[in-house]
Design a protein around this ligand. Structure first.
Ligand code: B12
Ligand code: SF4
Length: 449
């Protein structure tokens, strides 16, 4: 069959994100199918898509849906409208079957398949697309195929993919240069899943609640392949790179052995690390650490279900800084357990974290299948009929949204290291300019230099 895979994501803030998911899907189905992969970041206009549709004449069109919205309560942007337009172009110019997939789709499969009027959806890992293609080839039924849904079938979430998930040989995509010219960042995955139970988080639902590791040597081979393809920086897409200290150290050792010379970064959880941990990683090329800290009050950490306390944040921060790394912390303020005192405590503690950049979100985006959803329902913060495609945010009943915003904005306006919400347009323009001039990586450290 001829399969056209489309990355629909055109969000360029904080910087464009290489559509890594499609590499895995393409690799899983390339034998026996003829696969073409395109990226709307490169094509931009629908006219480019029409040309591809008329030349390639796909039997199946797979759309990757990554972002639903920008998770910023103060400046909500949703991205599904653009995808709807793409689908209307596809319907007008192709008879191919439309299949949805991706992390955004996996969060809200029932809502998206109906709204976008697609034929099929693949919940979770796209490696399962091969089974849908097989069924389509035989004109067979898809009922009972884990993860495969239609507009009329029940939405059942499959078990995580139990087989290996090789990235394959790095494909010669025309769109790779789009990312190489804008920060040089390609991405890499060392494992899937997250076993932690933070009450608001979708990641365990998207990737599963157990770590499934890629062999460290295989990760290093992929890193070498990306380096040869021109990557000048690697972003590790794992839910938490250090969620397993053992595996993350093995990956770092494999990077060193393989001679990976480009810097890298990723998400980290600020739990107590083994001795010398950040030095070892820095020696293997780690440059940026983005901690999923969320609050600097033990009371709120506990109600968010975070697996660490503020002492762990301070020690992780100190150790990462001492290893010469750039350090950022994500904060999510105003969630369950927050009040004026806990907020004050967080702001005061944040000021004690030297040379840190803060990515600050006010209110917490509510998603189905999370404990936060149940709490919001119980507290009457949303109606049971709420359509989760319309972003809603949880606000602690002990602190009004307005008061929280006032305090945070007031604190942030005198601190250049505080990026509130999805950030300012000026900041993104500056990053884009620096990228154009050949600077590489996420570059948020420039805010404190
Ligand atoms: C790493 C990451 C980032 C990094 C990306 C760095 C980089 N260079 O890659 C950074 C920090 C920059 C980032 C930024 C943002 N992110 Co982010 N990010 C993630 C994270 C943790 C992993 C994404 C990833 O690459 N996974 C690894 C790949 C291999 O998986 P995948 O793409 O999902 O693909 C698999 C399946 O989905 C499926 N699949 C994918 N496509 C297709 C297509 C078809 C046809 C099929 C069948 C299957 C399929 O198969 C693949 C292989 O199994 C996810 C959460 C998560 N665990 O998924 C959030 C996530 C994608 N991000 C999210 C958001 C919102 C954002 C931002 C908008 C936040 C902001 N306001 O700044 C920005 C947007 C940036 C951009 N340019 O798009 C949301 C999106 C959902 C939503 N609410 O909209 C997520 C899901 C987190 C969440 N809140 O739940 N992000
Ligand atoms: S917030 Fe981070 S550590 Fe917590 S469940 Fe989500 S991915 Fe795991």
């Amino acid at each position: 069959m001829k399969v056209l895979l489309i990355s629909t994501n055109t969000v360029t803030e904080p910087y464009p994100s290489y559509p890594i998911g499609l590499d895995y899907v393409a690799n899983a189905i390339s034998t026996p199918h003829k696969v073409k992969t395109i990226d709307m970041n490169e094509l931009r206009a629908g006219s480019g898509l029409v040309e591809v549709l008329s030349q390639f004449i796909p039997d199946v069109i797979g759309l990757s849906i990554r972002n639903i919205d920008n998770v910023d309560a103060a400046n909500v942007k949703t991205f599904i409208g653009e995808i709807r337009e793409l689908i209307s172009i596809i319907r007008r110019h192709s008879k191919g079957v439309i299949v949805l997939g991706g992390s955004g789709f996996t969060i809200l499969p029932g809502e998206l398949i109906m709204l976008l009027d697609a034929d099929f959806g693949v919940i979770g890992e796209g490696e399962r697309l091969q089974f849908l293609l097989k069924a389509l080839e035989r004109n067979g039924s898809v009922s009972g195929l884990p993860g495969i849904v239609t507009r009329n079938s029940p939405i059942e979430f499959p078990e995580p993919w139990s087989q290996p998930f090789p990235r394959g040989i790095f494909p010669d995509h025309s769109y790779t240069s789009f990312y190489l010219k804008r920060g040089g960042i390609l991405n890499i995955q060392t494992k899937r899943g997250c076993p932690f139970k933070c009450i608001y988080c979708t990641y365990p639902h998207i990737e599963g609640t157990r770590f499934r590791f890629v062999e460290p040597e295989e990760v290093a081979d992929t890193a070498r392949m990306l380096q040869h393809a021109g990557a000048r920086y690697l972003y590790v897409t794992d839910s938490t790179y250090n969620g397993s200290y053992e595996h993350s150290l093995k990956v770092a050792a494999a990077f060193k052995k393989a001679g990976i010379s480009i810097p890298w970064g990723g998400f980290f959880v600020p739990t107590a690390a083994p001795p010398d941990y950040y030095n070892i990683l820095a020696d293997a090329g780690l440059m940026h650490v983005e901690f999923g800290t969320e609050t600097l009050s033990n009371q709120v950490l506990e109600s968010y279900g975070k697996p660490f306390q503020i002492d762990d944040v301070f020690s992780s921060h100190r150790e990462a800084l001492a290893a010469g790394l750039h350090v950022a912390h994500y904060l999510m303020l105003g969630g369950p357990g927050e009040n004026k005192d806990t907020l004050k405590e967080t702001l005061a503690n944040a000021d004690r974290l030297e040379k840190a950049v803060f990515f600050v979100f006010n209110g917490i985006r509510i998603y189905p299948h999370t404990a936060l959803y149940d709490l919001a329902l119980e507290e009457g913060q949303m109606e049971p009929k709420w359509c989760p495609l319309e972003p809603r945010f949880y606000w602690s009943p002990s602190l009004s949204r307005e008061k929280l915003m006032d305090i945070v904005i007031d604190h942030a306006c005198s601190r250049s290291n505080w990026i509130v919400g999805s950030g300012s347009q000026q900041m993104f323009k500056n990053i884009a300019k620096l990228h154009e001039r050949g600077n590489v990586g996420p570059l948020w450290e420039r805010l404190i230099q």
